[in-house]
Design a protein around this ligand. Structure first.
Ligand code: SAH
Length: 442
């Protein structure tokens, strides 16, 4: 089935619109008390709130700052508006081509088939953005009429504004109608089932929204997190003459700006979360404990109900140092300026995630996006879609394919990690079969 051409206008979105970009700015973490003028043009309330917190309790951790800036209920970056696409601050793979979500849908179907297709399946997506990935997955799964009614969709989303956009996408209803209905409801109402709202998808599956993964019912589930873990709060630690210190955010009254400072010594977070191996060569380390907690919760659920998870993000294997950065209008932006008006992000440390599984589940990857998509058959899917495409859609499909798979674009920086209920010894999930893996299983 050919979807109408994605209007992300990938020709127009400049390179900086993808959050994986190398950081060449913001390298002020030797903490030289760099001054950053805080603009007064927007988000005055958030700036005031952050300043008040710093005044009463001292400098904020980067994690506290990120959490406030991204998801503060009143003025957090994600909470009030659509931040994606050419009109927003960045774009993501599902927004670039329908092929991405369709292939993730087929991955999900294949792993479900290996468990038991007669069991009902919950597709659980963490941080669904505009709902495009979930919509493409459901459409792909729904083509299999025997199983389409055995699926339900569960979305973990903190942003009321984005949840409305997701509902519009998934239900096919007009956004204005959904917003008007939402305005008459109390936003705090949570049902007995733990969800704060629900609808029916265009393809007939029930869809539920939750504030947190803990609220999602237990059951056989396919968990998907695409560009979600990079939005979770990180702690930053710096090696100094006086040992490992934490990088914190303070406020400079003279210049009316936020600034980075170092803790005088160990902090609660450095004691709790920093594990430096004797072979560590880095003098700057980022840790995302929330991502670790989510992975541990996923492991528990995967083990108890034979589930499986696909985590996709830009990331590294414990070799990168300072990746904390901000994006605004598809450009790098200073993390300390105009908080709440730009996206904050940090690369995902896949080694840390794998360690957090404590080998309770089987892990596969991280594999690059180009490998995963090629293994899943993106070439064949492209050929099928091209046969039915008009000239404009043809161009979009080709450039979308290139953007997703080209190693110089999104093909190499984005990685896929699968967490699976341990199965027979040589089982390899779809998309993860590499020549090396094949050799090892022989
Ligand atoms: N997966 C989407 C969007 C990624 S952006 C895509 O690939 O296009 C991050 C998403 O996670 C947004 O929907 C944001 O509102 C949501 N989010 C951020 N922090 C969250 C949190 N702590 N809990 C739940 N959702 C969160």
């Amino acid at each position: 089935m050919m979807q109408s051409a994605r209007k992300t206008c990938i020709y127009r979105i400049i390179h900086g619109g993808f959050k994986y970009q190398n950081v060449t700015t913001l390298r002020c973490l030797s903490v030289k008390q760099t001054k950053h003028p805080t603009s007064t043009t927007s988000n005055v309330d958030l700036v005031r709130h952050l300043r008040a917190r710093i005044k009463s309790n001292g400098p904020l951790t980067i994690a506290e700052y990120m959490k406030e800036v991204l998801t503060n209920p009143l003025s957090g970056y994600y909470m009030k508006r659509d931040v994606f696409g050419s009109q927003g601050d960045f774009t993501t793979s599902p927004e670039i081509s329908q092929m991405f979500g369709e292939l993730v849908g087929i991955w999900c179907l294949n792993e479900w088939m290996h468990v038991d297709l007669t069991k009902t399946l919950q597709v659980v997506e963490l941080g669904p953005g505009r709902g495009t990935l979930a919509d493409d997955m459901l459409r792909a799964i729904s083509r299999f009429s025997d199983v389409r009614d055995s699926v339900s969709l569960h979305l973990v989303e903190v942003s009321p504004a984005l949840s409305d956009i997701q509902e519009s996408k998934l239900s096919g209803k007009k956004l204005e109608q959904i917003q008007a209905e939402a305005a008459t409801r109390s936003s705090d109402t949570v049902s007995e089932g733990g969800h704060y709202k629900q609808c029916l998808s265009k393809y007939g599956q029930p869809v539920y929204w939750y504030q947190s993964l803990q609220d999602v019912p237990h059951g056989l589930s396919c968990f998907i997190a695409h560009e979600f873990l990079d939005a979770l709060p990180i702690h930053k630690f710096q090696k100094t003459d006086r040992g490992w210190c934490e990088v914190l955010i303070s406020y400079d009254d003279d210049s009316s700006s936020f600034k980075l400072v170092l803790s005088p010594g160990a902090t609660v977070a450095s004691t709790a979360f920093l594990q430096v191996s004797p072979s560590e060569t880095r003098d700057h380390i980022e840790v995302c404990p929330d991502a670790g907690l989510i992975v541990q919760e996923l492991c528990k659920r995967i083990l108890s109900h034979q589930g499986f998870a696909l985590l996709a993000d830009y990331g590294h294997s414990a070799e990168k140092t300072d990746t904390f950065r901000a994006f605004k209008n598809h450009q790098l932006h200073d993390v300390l300026v105009d908080p709440g008006t730009a996206d904050l992000t940090a690369d995902v440390d896949f080694t840390y995630l794998r360690n957090m599984t404590e080998a309770t589940v089987s892990t596969y990857g991280p594999l690059t996006q180009q490998e995963f998509l090629h293994n899943m058959g993106i070439g064949v899917r492209l050929q099928v879609l091209l046969q039915k495409a008009d000239q404009e859609a043809w161009k979009d499909l080709i450039s979308g394919y290139d953007m997703l798979t080209n190693p110089k674009k999104m093909g190499e920086r984005f990685k896929f990690l699968a967490l699976m209920n341990p199965r027979q010894k040589d089982y390899i999930p779809a998309g993860f079969v590499t020549p090396e893996a094949l050799k090892q299983s022989q």
